[in-house]
Write a protein that binds this ligand. Sequence first.
Ligand code: SF4
Ligand code: SF4
Length: 341
Amino acid sequence: MAIARDLRYHAAMQRAEYWILGEGGQVQCTLCPHRCVIPEGRTGKCRVRGVRNGELIALGYGRLSSAHIDPIEKKPLYHFYPGQSIFSAGGWGCNLGCTFCQNCTISQTGAPEAEVQAPAAVVAAAAGTLGIAYTYNEPTVGFEYVRDMAQLAREEGFKNVLVTNGHFNAEPAAELLPLMDALNIDIKSMDASFYREQCGGDVAAVLALAAQAVAAGCHVELTNLLIPGLNDSDGQIEVLARWVVSELGVTVPLHLSGYHPAFKMTRSATPVRTLERAWELCRERLEYVYLGNLRSTVGQDTACPGCHAVLIRRDGYKVAQIGLASGRCQACGRVADMILA
Ligand code: SF4
Ligand code: SF4
């Protein structure tokens, strides 16, 4: 098809942003903390930003790996338009290499040759939903494509949601965050060695991005995947909860998620009792703590921190706003810490 060919040409030539010519004239990408120095014809660690003819090219521009309409709860976001659906689009590549990645077939590979989707086509596909979630792989490595879609989506009245590992430099984040309405940010551990050894990343950069997103006025929720014996000790969980309270705020929702064997990680799935124990610990400090990726009777509903009345009842992705009226707790009148339709 002629249109697809034109778009493929456009995608192949899409010059990337956030790079410099370093010493010796080599291209250095400055999008994420890796700051890859990339020789001609090669790509950076994320596999989707590469040097062609002396310039950094966004090789994943326009190339989707996956697209689905999902409940917003699946991102997971529990305090952002609960009960609504969102068009969810994924690309290729990631700047981390988590040994337990559940999406390794798209995150640990570059973008294949494929028909490209112009930003306008993706925005059109979001019709009838809340907006677009940039998710599945790490969206920030496709910075230019995500930004172009988000700009258009914003103009069309849609919401933008970034589901990210947070391993992203402050300068491009300052350009992207004003286009984002909400983020779910993975904080995989508070331990620098965990990030280095299990993910190949820098925890300090992730924490800085989370604080930058909150300061930018975005709605932020966090996910922490608990892996038995690696990041699930009481001490590690308490360090995370304390950091969230002091740096982001007591009302930022935290999703504690159960791990299942994936990619290179073969250890057994997280026991339910580990997640329930972590939930109890975090609830001592944070007002909204949830459990995900498991069946449990705790950590599903949203309770009012003022009077403990149930505001939202959840059964899987089924959501019932049973205790809210005009954005307040029906029982005590406290304003709900969430964005409602
Ligand atoms: S975005 Fe990709 S190419 Fe750029 S510094 Fe990060 S890993 Fe390297
Ligand atoms: S950051 Fe997410 S997508 Fe990337 S490797 Fe880790 S788990 Fe996979």
